[in-house]
Design a protein around this ligand. Structure first.
Ligand code: CTP
Ligand code: MG
Length: 166
């Protein structure tokens, strides 16, 4: 999951600039995505996720018998792009229910990246999803993700990188 986990914090650190929706409003008069979703954040985030995935591939090549999921170029790319696309989809619906940028939205804020990453794998590399994301690993992802999310956001708040600790 690292290529899916890394893009969010990298986007926080390296994001900013032109919002992806360029200020566009939806029929409800509210922003399509909001100022928190930028091109730069998406691109540096995806690059960060792919970067960590390439490191995983290099490491796993030296450990052929490790009982770990096998990362491929495809899985790395889909995990990273899927995670931040899930984040965009989340923000679209977050604006529709009237929540402002950075406002807390439990469950959705934690699992958007899991949803996006698994959706992209299901759509574009279903065989990898089937063989590598076993039910037990899926359960592990469901438990680990909100815990990591909380810890990283508290860290981001404490270091002044994030305005809110979620
Ligand atoms: N970020 C970005 N581009 C992205 C995703 C994130 O620039 N595609 C940066 C923004 O500075 C954003 C910060 O990372 O404010 C935190 O990301 P996130 O919590 O996902 O966004 P929020 O500001 O909370 O916006 P939203 O309410 O839409 O989730
Ligand atoms: Mg947020």
């Amino acid at each position: 999951m690292l290529p899916a986990y890394i893009p969010n914090p990298v986007a926080v650190v390296g994001g900013g600039g032109t919002p992806i929706d360029r200020g566009t409003r939806f029929f409800d008069g509210k922003r399509l995505l909001g100022d928190g979703k930028t091109y730069r954040g998406f691109l540096v985030g995806v690059a960060g996720g792919i970067g960590i995935g390439l490191v995983q591939i290099a490491i796993q090549n030296g450990l052929p018998d490790a009982p770990l999921p096998t990362q491929t170029l495809s899985s790395v790319f889909l995990l990273a792009t899927g995670a931040l696309t899930g984040d965009l989809i989340k923000s679209f619906f977050k604006r529709r229910v009237g929540k402002g940028r950075g406002e807390k939205w439990p469950i959705a804020d934690q699992y958007d990246l899991v949803f996006g990453a698994l959706l992209f794998l299901a759509l574009f590399d279903f065989s990898w999803l089937l063989t590598e994301v076993t039910p037990l690993r899926f359960l592990f992802i469901l438990i680990l993700t909100p815990v990591l999310h909380r810890l990283v956001n508290i860290l981001g708040f404490a270091t002044g990188l994030k305005n809110v600790p979620w």
